[in-house]
Write a protein that binds this ligand. Structure first.
Ligand SMILES: [Zn+2]
Length: 164
């Protein structure tokens, strides 16, 4: 991509990708991730096409960028997306160390055509969240069970670990 490509153009591209994806067995979502040095990587929603509920456009773009660049760290990148990222995509962008996220349509636009984004946002803000999906710590009772901190202790003492 030329350095003259603007934020407006990347965002417009994400919308074009989203529309084209609908006609290619995908959901109506597209994304472009642009690295600190200006390299652009596309992603589109492939949830139903690949039976992968995590294959949102933003995640797909992050995976492609990281795979092609050989890194798990996209520090300084900007994520352009045709629709406000869901909580999973926001968390994925945080893990990828994306610097900034820019979106076109919002969560309410997505909800208006049946996508659950708004409900999932509410999950994190709602005291009644267990009704949607309980998340609970379980104490292991069998004394033969591995200690719950065993993975962390192993990690902590491994000299060859790659911190992230
Ligand atoms: Zn998402």
């Amino acid at each position: 991509m030329s350095t003259t490509v603007t934020a407006q153009e990347f965002l417009a591209k994400s919308i074009e990708l989203a529309t084209a994806n609908v006609l290619n067995s995908g959901g109506p979502f597209g994304a472009v991730i642009v690295t600190a040095d200006g390299q652009a990587f596309d992603g589109v929603n492939r949830v139903t096409a690949t039976n992968d509920p995590t294959a949102h456009a933003e995640v797909t773009a992050i995976r492609r960028a990281c795979s092609e660049l050989g890194t798990f760290d996209l520090t300084g990148a900007t994520l352009y997306t045709s629709c406000e990222p869901c909580p999973m995509c926001l968390a994925s962008a945080l893990w990828a160390r994306v610097e900034r996220v820019v979106f076109a349509a919002d969560r309410h636009d997505a909800a208006s055509v049946g996508f659950d984004d708004a409900v999932f946002y509410e999950y994190f803000e709602n005291d009644q969240r267990d009704a949607l999906m309980p998340v609970a710590k379980l104490e292991l009772e069998d004394p033969q069970s591995p200690p719950v901190l065993q993975p962390f202790n192993t990690w902590n003492t491994l000299d060859s670990r790659i911190d992230y």
